[in-house]
Design a protein around this ligand. Structure first.
Ligand code: DUC
Ligand code: ZN
Length: 457
């Protein structure tokens, strides 16, 4: 099929221009003014912003957490993703502890995702055990198109010790790959949980107290000192606060390559949410936790100064019934929030419209930078001739309010409930095929697995 998008405003990381786009098959065939093509279906997108399909480099679909499984799997989760203009997600496949291989982890995640996805998808690989076999498997992963990895400094089932962290970062760099790291100090968090329990403090308002910003900043500091010795680039994922951010700036001043990712919840929500009545605070339990307003300001400033490279979601959704597993003990609340559907519209409404970031920066944060970081540029991340026809037709004037009653997730709660949106997703093309029209999914399960190359940033 051919589609001709007429009179749109094309957004890229480096500018905005008015032009027509001709989509032919899966690709963008031509971009120019005054294009005509008698065979193409013409769509007038006058007044609309055209973004390269948004890329969410941090989702957890169909993930076991705290004895339950996320409410959204790859089927419902990627439908919510395309409704929000996200045409490519990178989820986290994981090796299991106890002598299991990366290959086993990868095949487990392919089984969860293949044939179910409504947007394109790939995986980062979480390494939870380092031995000769895992080391050999790095190359196998690269051959499978996996060039980014994940390491945890917290969670007993996932975390690696500092020595292994050093060895893994060093080895990944030898292969031109890098890891995103979840930074929190596991031991101190455990000690603070023990204290809270001993004192009978068991409600969700204790969640941010046992996981303070200092213990995220300490882990970021330790990670970056280790990465420096390993002479390896590294990414701090879901950065939440000023102290941790300052560690990143300090390391960069010493010449290190450090990438940073944050998420809408850390930009727009704060830790007062944990004290909501009737156990509503549980909705916001995620790790790291929501922080203070000053931290939000720091993160917005860092986005405007382009010191943070991408805004992802850490999508990891649960129903209220699942959250209620921790009614008597906040440490049993499954951690995570949904967000994959509203990342673009929130960033536009509360970032671009409020003058905190520019349209071009929004494009970099959601599309261009993740495409470069995760080795799919210019196939994705830009509207250019020869690129995939992944296009978000964004209506800058559409107004709506986020609500669990209307959202696309399999959940009965939304952490952004009641947030007004000014700007909405009109249409989405995925590799040249219309998948969303008038804000509704018109084609499901059109997503395909994407093999990625090495980082280009
Ligand atoms: N944090 C969460 O809150 N959920 C999933 C994984 C994570 O790191
Ligand atoms: Zn995560």
């Amino acid at each position: 099929m051919k589609y001709l998008l007429k009179n749109g405003t094309i957004v890229s990381g480096s500018g905005i221009k008015k032009a027509d786009i001709l989509i032919e098959g899966e690709k963008i065939a031509k971009i120019a003014t005054e294009l005509t093509d008698s065979e193409a279906e013409e769509i007038n997108v006058e007044g609309k912003l055209l973004f390269p399909g948004f890329i969410d480099g941090h989702t957890h679909f169909d993930l076991e957490v705290a004895g339950t499984v996320t409410a959204d799997d790859f089927e419902s989760g990627t439908k919510a993703a395309i409704l929000g203009g996200t045409t490519f997600v990178i989820d986290f496949a994981s090796q299991d502890k106890g002598g299991h291989t990366l290959k086993e982890g990868l095949s487990k995640w392919h089984k969860k995702a293949d044939g179910k996805c409504s947007c394109d998808y790939s995986f980062h690989m979480s390494i939870v055990e380092w031995n000769e076999e895992t080391e050999r498997e790095i190359q196998d992963m690269i051959q499978e198109g996996i060039t980014s990895f994940k390491l945890y400094m917290t969670y007993p089932a996932m975390m690696v010790n500092d020595g292994d962290l050093y060895k893994i970062l060093k080895k990944l760099n030898e292969y031109g790959c890098f890891a995103g790291v979840h930074c929190e100090n596991a031991d101190v968090i455990d000690a603070r949980i023990e204290e809270a329990k001993r004192e009978g403090r068991l409600g969700p308002e204790n969640h941010p107290l046992v996981r303070p910003d200092t213990m995220e900043a300490e882990a970021v500091h330790r990670l970056l000192v280790i990465a420096k010795e390993a002479k390896a680039p590294v990414m701090v994922v879901h950065l939440t606060n000023k102290r941790a951010y300052e560690e990143i700036i300090r390391a960069r001043e010493e010449g290190q390559i450090v990438y940073a990712e944050t998420c809408p919840q850390y930009l727009l929500l704060d830790d007062s949410a944990y004290s909501k009545p009737d156990f509503q605070g549980a909705i916001y339990v995620c790790a790291p936790p929501l922080r203070k307003k000053e931290d939000q300001e720091c993160l917005w400033k860092a986005l405007s100064e382009e010191e943070i490279q991408t805004v992802a979601t850490d999508q990891c959704s649960f129903t209220l019934e699942q959250k209620a597993m921790g009614r008597e003990d906040f440490t049993k609340i499954p951690g995570g929030l949904p967000g994959v559907q509203t990342r673009g519209t929130l960033l536009y409404t509360y970032g671009v419209r409020r003058g905190k970031i520019t349209l071009e920066q929004m494009c970099k944060l959601l599309s261009e930078n993740p495409a470069k970081l995760y080795g799919v540029y210019p196939q994705k991340g830009i509207l250019a001739e020869g690129s995939d026809g992944d296009i978000v037709v964004f209506d800058p004037e559409k107004e709506s309010v986020i609500s669990a009653k209307t959202h696309g997730y399999n959940t009965d709660n939304n952490p952004f409930e009641g947030f007004a949106l000014h700007g909405g997703i009109d249409r989405v093309f995925l590799r040249g095929t219309p998948v969303v029209e008038n804000g509704a999914v018109v084609k499901e399960k059109h997503g395909t697995y994407i093999r990625r190359g090495k980082k280009q940033i």
